[in-house]
Ligand binder design. Sequence first.
Ligand code: MSP
Length: 474
Amino acid sequence: MKKKILITTAIDYTNDVIHVGHAYEKILADCIARYERLRLGKEAVYYTTGTDEHGTTNQKAAEERGLSPMDHVTDISQENRKQIDALNISYDRFIRTTDADHKKFSAEFFEKSLKNGDIYKDKYAGFYCEGCEAHKTLTELNEYGQCFVHPTRKIQRLDEENYFFKWSEYEDFLKEKISSDELRMRPQGKKAEMLAFLEHGLRDITVTRPKYKVSWGITAPNDEEQVIHVWFDALINYLTEGSQKGFWDEDTKIVHFVGKDIARWHTLLWPAMLESAGYRLPDEVYVHGFINLEGQKISKSLGNVIRPTDLVAQFGVDSVRYFLLKYGPITEDSVFSLKQIKEVYNGELANGLGNTISRVAALAQKSGFDFPVGAENVDWQGALFEPLKEYRVDKVLQSIWILLADLDKHINKNEPWAIKTEEKLREVLTHEVSELRKVAKYIKPFIPDTAQKIEQQFGKVKITAGEMLFPRLD
Ligand code: MSP
């Protein structure tokens, strides 16, 4: 078993501030990082997230705001970080692709691939979608000549001289790594999807753009007139930080969390790049679905963007984390509405968790008994956490809430308020307090602030009633 784990999320573009869809992935990866810290120890885990700042869409966004591209990306990156901090994301590094160490590392990586003979100069004449930051063939556009993923964006026609990466030469290599599960894809179905894509064959891909189009980009080490293409540059962010911190070695399990729209870059391009430059591959890529707001894509043009900070202000950080971890697009797209969050809040947090805590605390206080602390040890490798091997955070939450429901039944069945003998009352309450102390530990990776509050309240010999953790919302 590997001793360390590197957990990464996609780094978000900076054309605009992130919304709840981007935030989902950060919460998911955060939950796994927190769990692994409990299981393996703090030092064994490294978690990175950040911003991808060399996309061409930043140019226009900066112009609209009357800012230079660099000032614009700096501002949005700071905003994004605030959004992520509001969600209590325990990243070890928030990397920016404009950071000096990353720029240096990217250029060195490019150079390695160049030296291996995998990068060559050629002409590109064709289409480009700025939303995907990718070249497109006619078959990748709809009948109106628009990108399937970004139909509101105007497709560009490019006629440029670029450097190309010999992606096509890595087809067999990729097939072998993916079929053998040396490069694991989760959920399982993604493996077949990526292998099917490989069957169509890979075309070499441009890995630079002319500097006059992305003036603040990373200069290609072999050509002053060119900058490294945003995807080639962005993928390297994982290695920039991972290798500097000793988390890109054979002792480390490397896991990337990404959305379904960018799975190919991570499962097909990134491993080929790593092989070309002489680095080990990641172990796993976890691909989640999309959050749709009341059935619609979340987008600026539809005017339905919801920021994480708005949700946190309305429901509190742990309610947002809980909702997204339990009902988010872990395997398939998920629908999301404020009404639904409120229902889950009232039903599962105010009622399921909060109410049970209040009941037990009130009964424990009234009894005047001592409840010695310390017997509740958690087996982080135990059956309860088994689904986390497949990153199924939703399933673990389901099981914990079943424990809470059982506890509630236990209270109703035993009616501690009516028990006459001290011995029986002590037995019933000791069980209930102990169960809640365990739950407080189990929920640590998911809703850490709440876990801490419960531990403060129940971590003492004398338990007293406290404030309501999740007051009902009308
Ligand atoms: N910059 C690239 C990633 C480079 S990683 C080396 C990018 N950025 S993004 O801002 O467009 O998306 C960042 C992540 O957020 C991606 O994993 C993407 O799938 C995810 N999501 C964007 N919208 C989303 C939803 N509506 N729902 C869930 N995830 C979503 O791609």
